[in-house]
Design a protein around this ligand. Structure first.
Ligand code: CA
Length: 387
């Protein structure tokens, strides 16, 4: 349970009525934190455009960026000035329907020596599909390619769905790799979100070569998938480490019920048994919002923001933003900013609403600027700097 002290009062940024007014927060400040406003003047610069529904950005050590395109499965190298390489060749084919495709990309912490990059994608399989994590050596040049592609993790079981893949990758300073996994949306997948025999609706933790860390929390349960870190999630499209190197995630909820969580080893986050939303039809999903043995979200949104992408700011360009959580908003068409105190949300802001753009990704660049992707058939790579 997070800190229970008094939180500041004030009108929230959200003014629309909730979809599920009968669900009440478990504690004061769990939703609709007071609105706050950034004081630093800033500007938004378009670095590059023409990306077909881009999904993720990762920085190479020399300051260039890797950018993924979801439906096409294309990976590009983009200079800070916006010059785009030809698509990197050698990636395995993706199932690019709907929410599938090429998703996250990360640069290995030892990239300067190994040349390795990691990515997630919806993998076409015999009898269905599923999320996969691959790594390979990036070979630069006029026609960039990847060499020695290895699939290091496969979400199991195989099932047919073009929805809720999850797919964010986060390296930790102790040399592990977190992968966030969705529950596939279809009923058969949703039923497995709290089932330790399935990868659906989980955070998993692996070594960068795909092997299982020997201190993973479910290893003593012979029925459990050994990669599991936490269970009971819906669709995790946002994940980042804070200054203490702890993992935070945001889950895409149903109608109402997007959740900010800080997943801890071996804990159950309750989906689909508890939550704060309802079916898109208006039918109930949950009888209740709390249950023994299941964790409460740190914060939730109803109506939803539709989260995708996340960074916890640690740069020098915007001192007032340090340790704030930034989340891309799809349906909310905003960059959502959360001000934190002792692991509670004490302020919320919606930035960039004048762009009228779905924000898919937000990462901090090496110089402390924020870099964003808009989700559109002509998606843009944007940079946010002080004016
Ligand atoms: Ca939950």
């Amino acid at each position: 349970m997070p800190w229970q002290g008094p939180i500041p009062k004030g009108a929230p940024v959200e003014t629309a009525p909730p979809n599920v007014p009968e669900f009440k927060p478990a504690y004061s400040g769990q939703t609709r934190a007071p609105a706050v406003q950034t004081k630093t003047a800033f500007q938004v610069t378009t670095i590059a455009s023409g990306f077909r529904n881009p999904w993720a950005i990762a920085f190479l050590p020399d300051g260039r960026m890797l950018v993924t395109e979801k439906p096409t499965g294309a990976l590009y190298i983009v200079t800070p000035e916006g010059e785009k390489s030809p698509a990197v060749s050698g990636l395995p084919p993706v199932d690019g329907r709907n929410q599938g495709g090429l998703l996250d990309v990360e640069v290995s912490p030892d990239h300067a020596q190994s040349g390795l990059i990691y990515w997630t994608y919806y993998e076409p399989r015999e009898g269905g599909n599923g999320l996969a994590v691959a790594r390979a050596k990036l070979v630069d040049g006029e026609k960039p390619c990847v060499e020695n592609v290895q699939i290091i993790f496969r979400m199991m079981p195989t099932l047919e769905s073009t929805l809720h893949a999850g797919g964010r990758l986060v390296f930790t300073p102790d040399g592990k790799l977190f992968v966030t996994l969705g529950e596939r949306s279809v009923l058969e997948g949703r039923k497995q979100a709290r089932d330790v025999k399935s990868h659906f609706g989980k955070v998993v933790r692996i070594n960068p070569d795909g092997t299982v860390p020997q201190d993973n929390p479910y290893l003593s349960n012979p029925e459990a998938r050994p990669e599991l870190w936490s269970v009971g999630h819906r669709n995790i499209l946002s994940a980042a480490l804070d200054s203490q190197k702890r993992l935070w995630i945001v889950e895409m909820g149903p109608r109402g019920g997007d959740e900010l969580n800080r997943p801890e080893a071996g804990k159950d986050y309750g989906w689909p048994t508890i939550g704060y939303g309802e079916e898109y039809s208006g039918e109930p999903i949950h009888q209740r919002t709390q249950a023994p043995g299941m964790e409460q979200p740190v914060y939730y949104w109803d109506p939803v923001i539709s989260p995708s992408g996340m960074t916890i700011y640690s740069g020098d360009l915007f001192p007032e933003w340090r340790d704030n959580i930034f989340i891309g908003g799809l349906s909310s068409e905003a960059l959502v900013r959360l001000v934190m105190k002792d692991d509670r949300v004490v302020g919320e802001e919606r930035l960039l609403t004048d762009l009228n753009a779905r924000i898919r990704e937000v990462v901090q660049g090496p110089e402390g600027a924020l870099y964003l992707l808009t989700d559109a058939t002509d998606g843009k790579l944007l940079k946010l700097t002080p004016r």
